[in-house]
Structure formats: structure tokens, C-alpha cells
Design a protein around this ligand. Structure first.
Ligand SMILES: *Cc1c(COP(=O)(O)O)cnc(C)c1O
Length: 380
């Protein structure tokens, strides 16, 4: 039985996994202690739960637990990485390289740093959403301290050549930060193999709770230092003060454990459904896939529809199907997506785009219904 509305906006947020909620519940009530309380069992229990979750999170990305800094989400982790690096490494240089199609949390942090004296290069992307590695390498100069390139794009699912970027960064002695919020939990992400120095990600994009995320900060080869952006009790080894969100962190840990075990199976299933959706819509002859289809997350599709008004499309669909056109973070305005514009789409084609974000709980029935609805509208 289909239940409405159908949720196909899993890049904006995911529903919380019941097994995650179950793991969290005792930490709202019985185990309510402050993880920093050192003098009694309430504190010790909360601290033990946080440290267990830190291991679960670290294990998913092949990091050491001490390299995981808990934050309120990926936005905070992005801010902490960019501003924290700029502050610490300013004596070495003020140049940061990023990309036009990054998430606003990265772009707006860079904009802020420009006011503080940073020199920011915003790389273009190719028509398929990928950066040109040669152009990245050319952009590096003696004052470059950081390369900030996202792992996978939130609007198109396109996966950047992370290993190659890391190799260039290493060769030039520049740090590499990646916003991996859309990638972690969906595809294998390994900070050692990938060569990432700092990495942000978030629980609510992988079936965990909202308001919890992490920044990975490498501790050796090289040892990365970041200046705290929040002053207080010196929590998280001085990098992020503030009483820890114990239930959120416990849920994040559980979500990471489940993702590690189930991502392959989930990914294969979602990929099949995504490919079916695309194949059927392409048959209308008026649909186009935006972004590279080879280097792409298994659960995402971004499509534009020729001669179809995007606003009409969304308003007709949204009664029964929840999905987004462009980025959830900039929706509410009718501005065409800056990510698609960076890939060279016209305003019109960008405005007629839909982002399908399939999830762990998406069923084939839901995809079949979505196909039927869209074909009807597009053919009208
Ligand atoms: C969702 C998202 C963010 C923001 O994460 P929050 O935890 O909601 O702050 C940052 N970057 C990317 C790529 C995202 O998809």
C-alpha cells in the first residue's frame, strides 16, 4: 500500500532509523548525565556512551576516535574547518581554493574569510559537474594553505575525484578539506585511502538525528591544527566547547554502525530504482540527466525537463510527492540553482530541474508511482 506523500528528498534530510531512536532514548531519561561530569556515575555513563559512539563514527571512515570532533552538524563542521585552518595557518599563507558548486556552508564561510583578508579561488566545474584537476593544480601558489572540495554534491550526487585532489594537495604541501556530508554512509569513505586531512559530515543525512555532526581532523601525516571557533570549557580536546549532545551523539554512532553494515545492500537497491526512474523518464524524449552519471552517488538523480515549467512541475507533484528543485537550502526563492548554473545550464533548464533523493525506505512501488505521475505531467 502506498502512503502519501512519498518522500524523495533524502538529500535534504533522512527520516530517523527506528534502531537509532531506540539507541538514543535511554540517554534522554535514565542516562541524562553531563559527559564532562567527572565525579559521579551519571557523568561516567554519559562519557562512556560518547566515547563508544566516537569509535563507531571513526570506524565508518577509517579514522582514529581521537580524530573525530563532534559538532552540531555539517554547517558547523564546515565553518570550524575553514575558519579554524585560516586562523591557524595564516602565517603560512592566506590562499584557499574551493569550487563554485560547493554547499553554502562552505561558500559563505569563504565569503566571511575574504572579509578577514583571505584570498579565495572559486574553481569552475565542467558541464558534468566535475572539477578539472589540471586547473586545480595550476591554481595552487606559494600562499595556498587549503583546498576545499566536497566529496559528493548535494544537488546532483556527482562525486569529485577525491584521491587525485588529495595527491596534488600532498605533493604541494597543502591541506585538503572535504565536505563529505552526502557521501558518508552512502558510499565507502576512507580518510586514509582517500588522503583527506579534514572532513565534515552530519547524522541527519544518514538516518541519524538532526543537530549532530562531526569534523574529522587528521592527527598524523600531517598533524592538523585548527583554532576553536567556540570558546568555553575546552570540550572535544579544545576544538569545540559546549556540553555534548549525548543522545544525538549516541544516535550518530548507531547510524554510522548501521551504515557500515548496510550501505552496500542499500546502495545497490537504491541504484536499481534510481536507474529505473531515469530510464523511464528519458523515454519521454524531453528529460535530461544533470551531472556525470559514472561518478555519482547511487541514490541521487537530478533531471531537467525541456519546455516544462519547473514551478508548475513541483506544484503539481508536491501534493503527493515530496522532492525539491535545486537546493533545499536556497529554495523558497525562485532563483535557478547556482550548482546547475555553474555546470552551464540555462536559467530555463535549471528552473525545470528536479532532484530525486532516494533513501533506505524508498520502495519500488513509490518509484513506479512517481514515474507515472511525471510522465503524465511532462506529456501534457
Ligand atoms: C546538508 C549539508 C550540509 C549541512 O549540514 P547540516 O548538518 O544540516 O548543517 C553541508 N554540506 C552538505 C554537502 C550538505 O548536504
Amino acid at each position: 500500500m502506498l502512503e502519501f506523500p512519498i518522500y524523495l528528498d533524502n538529500n535534504a534530510t533522512t527520516p530517523m532509523e527506528p534502531r537509532v531512536l531506540e539507541a538514543m532514548l535511554p540517554f534522554f531519561t535514565k542516562y541524562f548525565g553531563n559527559a564532562s561530569s567527572r565525579t559521579h556515575s551519571f557523568g561516567w555513563e554519559a562519557d562512556a556512551a560518547v566515547e563508544y559512539a566516537r569509535e563507531q563514527v571513526a570506524y565508518l571512515i577509517n579514522a582514529e576516535p581521537q580524530e573525530v570532533v563532534f559538532t552540531s552538524g555539517a554547517t558547523e563542521a564546515d565553518n570550524l574547518a575553514l575558519k579554524g585552518i585560516f586562523e591557524t595557518y595564516q602565517s603560512k599563507g592566506n590562499h584557499i581554493i574551493t569550487v563554485k558548486s560547493e554547499h553554502k556552508a562552505v561558500l559563505d564561510s569563504c565569503k566571511h574569510l575574504q572579509k578577514m583578508g583571505a584570498d579565495i579561488t572559486y574553481l569552475d566545474v565542467e558541464a558534468d559537474g566535475l572539477i578539472d584537476i589540471a586547473i586545480l593544480e595550476e591554481a595552487i601558489n606559494a600562499r595556498t594553505i587549503l583546498i576545499s572540495v566536497m566529496y559528493a554534491n548535494n544537488e546532483t550526487g556527482v562525486i569529485q575525484p577525491v584521491k587525485e585532489i588529495a595527491a596534488i594537495a600532498k605533493k604541494k604541501g597543502v591541506l585538503f578539506f572535504s565536505d563529505a556530508t552526502q557521501a558518508v554512509g552512502k558510499i565507502p569513505v576512507d580518510v586514509i585511502k582517500d588522503g583527506i586531512d579534514l572532513m565534515s559530515f552530519s547524522a541527519h543525512k544518514m538516518y541519524g538525528p538532526k543537530g549532530t555532526g562531526a569534523l574529522y581532523v587528521r592527527r598524523k601525516n600531517p598533524r592538523v591544527r585548527i583554532a576553536a571557533q567556540m570558546d568555553g570549557g575546552g570540550h572535544e580536546r579544545g576544538m569545540r566547547s559546549g556540553t555534548l549532545n549525548v543522545p544525538g551523539i549516541v544516535g550518530f554512532g548507531k547510524a554510522c554502525e548501521l551504515a557500515r553494515i548496510e550501505m552496500k545492500k542499500d546502495g545497490e537497491r537504491m541504484c536499481k530504482l534510481r536507474n529505473k526512474l531515469e530510464a523511464e523518464l528519458l523515454k519521454t524524449g524531453r528529460a535530461f540527466i544533470n551531472g556525470n552519471t559514472e561518478h555519482r552517488l547511487p541514490n541521487v538523480s537530478n533531471m531537467s525537463f525541456e519546455n516544462v515549467n519547473g514551478v508548475d512541475l513541483i506544484s503539481q507533484l508536491n501534493k503527493n510527492i515530496a522532492l525539491s528543485s535545486g537546493s533545499a537550502c536556497t529554495s523558497g526563492t525562485n532563483e535557478p540553482s547556482y550548482v546547475l548554473k555553474a555546470m552551464g545550464l540555462t536559467d530555463e533548464m535549471a528552473r525545470s530541474s528536479l532532484r530525486f533523493g532516494l533513501g533506505r525506505f524508498t520502495t519500488e512501488e513509490e518509484i513506479d508511482y512517481t514515474i507515472g505521475q511525471l510522465i503524465d505531467i511532462v506529456n501534457k
